[in-house]
Design a protein around this ligand. Structure first.
Ligand SMILES: Cc1cc2nc3c(=O)[nH]c(=O)nc-3n(C[C@H](O)[C@H](O)[C@H](O)COP(=O)(O)OP(=O)(O)OC[C@H]3O[C@@H](n4cnc5c(N)ncnc54)[C@H](O)[C@@H]3O)c2cc1C
Length: 553
């Protein structure tokens, strides 16, 4: 197997030589360096690499070139190598053009020329991007292979777990990939044992639970200590931030998630509005960084592990886990966020996992390459999901109940959707019924404007119709509003029943619930902002507040 390639494109021979020199001195051991003097030459090289089956890790292109702008070179190479990192080289005076290109060509970074010294201004950026590429890239002949039926909910559950846990794998559909049959026959796996997960050493797990997969991959599901200072339930942005700051405050900190790290944010194809990421960042990339940082500072992380109940035992909280075990902690952070609302239309429940997916655009998108899919919902998550699906699907139809999406979807996303030729939007419309034989084949729609029905052929329906808080595992003394959102601080004090529960002399701390030492942060809290940044802010605050609470004890 050849080394992955770094491709540099610049029409100025001096600049090209300078980039080549700097790249060679740092990356020659791991990567092959290629260069091109024009956009057309670069795209020829990209197609040639693809034909040879080589990996392309990064394209670095100058913006101002005769014939073709760098942003176009990057956008077109992305069509051939969607995972390759894209860096635009600009003169300082061209920053506006670079920012525009970020939106249009999905550039990962822009670098202003000159970048001396490279140790400060070039290598840290490229190292970071190449680390991110390495985390996603899997050579064809290597790694985990998951073989199963595309329409089996169990296949979807394992894909979702592996994808969410940032573990690269190859998906092989037993009905479409000839290699799947060869693997199954060689290992003697029967049809009833699917999905099957093949490891590099030749071993195979037949029809596994996510938990068995985690254990087989060497991920411990046992806590290291009997008593913790801070246990955080839910590893979305709020939980990850609390784990990072909790551990750095010196508290014995454990983070748990019933599924995988990242929460809702982890499923986002591109978060555009998180501070410090001018080119946007994918949810999985943000999660990878946050988890690595929290663990490096000493936080422990266990998943998949669900917390099903909490009992208060003096100053301690006893957590019951899904497998019946117990954990004890002095402070607890509830950061279990929200879960997608189920769509009530007939046919949806029986096809869930078999063509109907809740917010799973990232996990399933590539399985629908060249097919027709529907997205239902009119908010940002529906818009982001549709944009991601449009990279693979032949056509994406967004179905929204509202007349206009201006109030529910961000302006930049609306613009991106309008410019994407294979996305269609149908407003004032609802899903009436989903039909199919074992998997989704047709979706009946109904117009709210004139009451007419239409039937759309589709292979999948991705549902993004809002969410509800996941708070049913909390004890009744943690006061909630009528919709289940947790009350904290002054909101808790104002609630009926507070005085009956709260027996401390002090008032609750700002993110403390009506039970001393139990905190809440992120989307499950009443009045939450439903943003990654606010969840991160609240999670970081709780680490400090939990520390203060322990000092008071
Ligand atoms: C598709 C999509 C795109 C988005 N894009 C953006 C964006 O671009 N910008 C932005 O600012 N915001 C965006 N958001 C919103 C943002 O992701 C959320 O506001 C944020 O993730 C909330 O974080 P959280 O930590 O409160 O909870 P969540 O992210 O909801 O995480 C909660 C975690 O708790 C776990 N959990 C639940 N119950 C249990 C239990 N009983 N035991 C153990 N674990 C449990 C879940 O598995 C989950 O991992 C987007 C949301 C979605 C769905």
């Amino acid at each position: 197997m050849n080394k992955p390639v770094l491709l540099v494109v610049d029409d100025d021979p001096q600049v090209l030589a300078a980039v080549r020199r700097d790249l060679r001195s740092r990356y020659r051991e791991q990567y092959t360096l290629m260069s091109a003097e024009s956009g057309a030459e670069a795209l020829d090289a990209v197609r040639e690499l693809k034909a040879r089956g080589d990996a392309l890790a990064m394209v670095i292109s100058d913006q101002r070139m005769p014939g073709m702008l760098g942003s176009e070179v990057l956008a077109r190479s992305r069509e051939v190598y969607p995972l390759a990192k894209r860096v635009l080289l600009t003169a300082y005076s061209d920053i506006d053009a670079a920012i525009k290109a970020i939106n249009e060509a999905h550039v990962d970074h822009y670098l202003s020329k000159p970048w001396d010294p490279p140790e400060e201004r070039l290598y840290p950026v490229l190292d970071d991007l190449l680390d991110a590429w390495q985390a996603e890239y899997l050579p064809d002949a290597k790694g985990l292979r998951l073989v199963g039926h595309q329409w089996a909910p169990r296949s979807h559950a394992i894909k979702d777990f592996l994808g969410g846990s940032l573990i690269p794998y190859h998906w092989l559909d037993v009905e479409r990939d000839p290699e799947a049959r060869v693997l199954l026959d060689a290992a003697g796996v029967a049809a009833s044992e699917l999905p099957a997960l093949f490891f590099e050493d030749g071993s195979v797990l037949r029809d596994p639970e996510p938990r068995q997969v985690a254990e087989r991959l060497g991920r411990s599901l046992s806590a290291a200590y009997e008593v913790y200072d801070l246990v955080i339930v839910g590893a979305g942005p709020a939980g990850l931030a609390a784990a990072l700051y909790g551990a750095s405050e010196g508290m014995r900190t454990l983070l748990l998630d019933r599924h995988a790290p990242g929460g809702q944010a982890g499923t986002s194809a591109r978060i555009e509005n998180y501070l410090g990421f001018p080119t946007g960042v994918s949810g999985s990339e943000l999660t990878r960084r946050a988890l690595a940082q929290a663990q490096r500072l000493g936080a422990e992380f266990l998943a998949p592990l669900e917390v099903t109940a909490v009992a208060i035992d003096g100053g301690y909280k006893r957590l019951t886990l899904g497998d019946g075990r117990e954990l004890v902690t002095r402070t607890l952070l509830a950061a279990t966020g929200m879960i997608y609302r189920e769509h009530p239309a007939p046919g949806i429940a029986e096809h869930t996992g078999a063509g109907v997916y809740y917010g799973a655009a990232r996990t399933e998108a590539s399985a629908f390459a060249g097919r027709r899919v529907l997205v239902v919902g009119g908010g940002n998550s529906a818009g982001q999901g549709a944009m991601h699906l449009a990279r693979y699907a032949k056509e994406v139809l967004i179905v929204a109940r509202r007349e206009s999406l201006h109030d529910s979807m961000s302006h930049y996303l609306m613009e991106q959707i309008q410019k994407t030729p294979n996305i269609r939007l149908q407003t004032c419309t609802v899903i009436e019924r989903v039909e199919g034989n074992g998997h989704v084949e047709r979706v009946a729609l109904k117009s709210l404007a004139n009451g007419t029905s239409q039937v759309e052929e589709a292979d999948a329906l991705f549902v993004f119709i809002g969410a509800r808080p996941r708070t049913d595992w909390l004890p009744p003394n943690v006061l909630r509003d009528a919709n289940g959102f947790v009350l904290t601080g002054r909101d808790a004090m104002a609630a009926e029943g507070f005085a009956r529960i709260w027996k401390e002399r002090r008032e609750p701390l700002p993110l403390e619930t009506s039970v001393p030492g139990i905190f809440a942060a992120g989307d499950l809290r009443i009045g939450a902002m439903n943003r990654v940044a606010s969840a991160v802010g609240e999670g970081s605050m709780v680490a400090r507040l939990a520390h203060d609470y322990l000092e008071l004890q």
